[in-house]
Ligand binder design. Structure first.
Ligand code: C5P
Length: 244
């Protein structure tokens, strides 16, 4: 399937139409951004790594009962996706305190929560993606009550599946951000990407970050960490294939 018109260019991906009106094509870019695009540089190989990691994770989620917009990876930087109408919310799930939660509430780094926390942010570059609660989502008619509950349930399910996977890879899943879209029949599908750009991942042995915090905090080259995440996922898949 070939790409036609450029529909949208975001910070990390370009989205193209294809000859099938129900299918779009995402091209992962070699760009890293932080602080809502205020810090921005070109990082060679990031696009291919995030495309591969996202493809593996969407396939893994599908095999574990979580549907997404992902159809298949078609090249080093490209994947085909079901077209959905994006819900303008960032759904953040936290297992341990880090990032904004840690600074907002002045709690110890990696404080363990009794249960995972789901938070919503309104997707708006102009407003810097502000926190939004259920009542505000309803007031702005961004989602219905049933849709809000479905988003929470799906985020918790994604967490259950991915936390277990990363545990097996020697990685702690600290927190992550998801986005969802609506199909033409009204089904809510997990969308966007699942990469170390959108997750906090810690190596269980060294406690080193294996995610975009390396870039956000200026701790050095993020690429070896992203490669490490991909290698661990691929090794596990290869072992599973050998065993099956
Ligand atoms: O910054 P904060 O602590 O709220 O981030 C929580 C999680 O959501 C982190 O894993 C971060 O990478 C992700 N996130 C994201 N895109 C945003 C905001 C947060 O991927 N715009």
């Amino acid at each position: 399937m070939t790409k036609t018109e450029l529909l949208y260019e975001g910070k990390a991906k370009k989205i193209y139409a294809t000859e099938d009106p129900e299918v779009i094509l995402a091209v992962y870019k070699d760009q890293a951004t932080a602080r809502n695009g205020k810090k921005k540089v070109n990082v060679a190989h990031k696009g291919t790594l995030n495309n591969q990691i996202t493809s593996h994770l969407f396939n893994y989620l599908k095999a574990n009962g979580v549907a997404s917009h992902f159809i298949k990876q078609v090249s080093a930087t490209e994947q085909l996706l079901h077209k959905v109408k994006m819900i303008p919310l960032e759904v953040v799930l936290r297992n341990l305190a880090s990032g904004h939660f840690e600074t907002k509430f002045a709690v110890p780094h990696l404080m363990q929560f009794n249960r995972p926390i789901v938070e919503f942010y309104y997707k708006s570059d102009a407003l810097d993606d502000p926190f939004i609660n259920d009542a505000q989502i309803l007031a702005l008619e961004i989602a219905t009550e049933a849709q809000i509950e479905a988003l929470k349930t799906k985020a918790l399910l994604v967490n259950q599946v991915l936390k277990q996977l990363f545990d097996q890879l020697g990685i702690t899943l600290v927190d992550f951000k998801l986005e969802f879209g609506l199909t033409s029949s009204g089904e809510i599908l997990l969308a966007d990407e699942l990469s170390p750009d959108n997750m906090r991942l810690l190596d269980k042995k060294t406690q080193q970050s294996l995610d975009k915090d390396i870039f956000r905090k200026g701790l050095g080259d993020m690429i070896p960490a992203y490669q490490e995440v991909l290698h661990r996922i691929e090794d596990k898949e290869q072992n599973a294939n050998v065993l099956s």
